[in-house]
Write a protein that binds this ligand. Structure first.
Ligand code: CP
Ligand code: NVA
Length: 305
């Protein structure tokens, strides 16, 4: 594994290895025997806002012996129109790895190709692979190693965004049952579904059907970064898909509500549900550090080999 560009591009075994290493690195936090990023500089190139991703990468890179360098696109020439392939070729000669948060998936693919250094997707419009790894780690902590195998997981809200798509690829690679509950126009298009080609991913416009018997119920913002201008005209479709106490009555008895954060209370999730599941939801955020340390260590070792 030379890059982490999407969950789609991982195998089930690669995901399982990253989870196992994430648990190990979490247990060893503060006393790592090896520092796989020692002497390395890793850039964080961000075109979109971030709290969790930026901080967890800065912390993770430092704890593995490396030096993080945050580069907002507003400060570097990329923001003034320098092509990504030129930025990639320059940075590839100076630094050891990069995590990129941007709009088009093509941009992280191009950076990886032209830089030749390990490249991580820190969120694109297409996928959010780091979050899904942290969420799977959290599921294993709560329900046990490999517990996702026999579980129904639901995603309710915008069924055609980066989070829902990364969940779909995780279901395809790992074989668990995933139900996507979303309004008709916010379910993935037929082309994507054909490309996914996965019987264990169920699509429904009925939120109750999506949540029925699910142990993990995910939601995410209705307006992803870059969609703010759609405002109410998009949001108005989603109120029946709010994760609230009534909807969760249909879930499995041992269920947890997950949210990648940031959350908009009163929209995709109610205040009381968010606060009830705060120990789980903020554990997901904490696990970003450990899941990403597993990614960083794996990529550093693979690119050294
Ligand atoms: N969940 C997540 O990626 O959060 P940030 O946007 O704060 O990084
Ligand atoms: N779908 C959200 C995820 C934020 C972490 C967005 O892209 O804004």
């Amino acid at each position: 594994m030379k890059n982490l560009l999407s969950i789609e591009q991982l195998t089930g075994d690669e995901i399982k290895d990253l989870l196992a290493l994430g648990h190990k690195l979490k247990a060893e936090r503060g006393h790592h025997e090896r520092l796989p990023l020692k002497g390395q500089t890793w850039a964080l190139i961000f075109s979109k806002s971030s709290t969790r991703t930026r901080v967890s990468f800065e912390v993770g890179i430092s704890e593995l012996g490396g030096r993080p360098m945050f580069l907002s696109v507003h400060d570097i020439q990329l923001g003034r129109g320098e092509p990504i392939k030129d930025t990639a070729r320059v940075l590839g000669r100076m630094i050891h790895g990069a995590a990129i948060r941007t709009y088009g998936q093509q941009e992280v693919e191009e950076f990886a190709g032209f830089s030749g250094i390990p490249t991580i997707n820190a969120l694109t419009d297409e996928e959010h692979p780091c979050q899904i790894l942290a969420d799977l780690l959290t599921i294993e902590e709560i329900y046990g190693p490999g517990s996702w195998k026999d579980m129904k997981i639901a995603f309710v809200g915008d069924g055609d965004n980066n989070m829902s798509r990364s969940w779909m690829w995780a279901a395809k690679r790992l074989g668990f049952t995933l139900a996507i509950g979303a309004p008709t126009n916010y379910l993935p298009l037929e082309d994507f579904r054909k490309h996914l080609d996965c019987e264990n991913v169920i699509f429904t416009t009925d939120p109750v059907e999506a949540v029925k018997g699910a142990s993990v119920i995910n939601t995410d913002v209705w307006l992803s970064m870059g969609q703010e201008a759609e405002g109410l005209s998009k949001e108005k479709h989603f109120y029946p898909y709010q994760v609230n106490r009534e909807l969760l009555e249909h879930a499995a008895p041992n269920h947890s509500a997950f949210h990648c954060l940031p959350a908009y209370r009163g929209k995709e999730i109610t205040e009381d549900v968010l606060e009830h599941f705060a120990p789980v939801i903020f554990r997901e955020a904490e696990n970003r550090v450990h899941a990403q340390k597993a990614v960083l260590a794996t990529l550093a070792d693979a690119n050294r080999a």
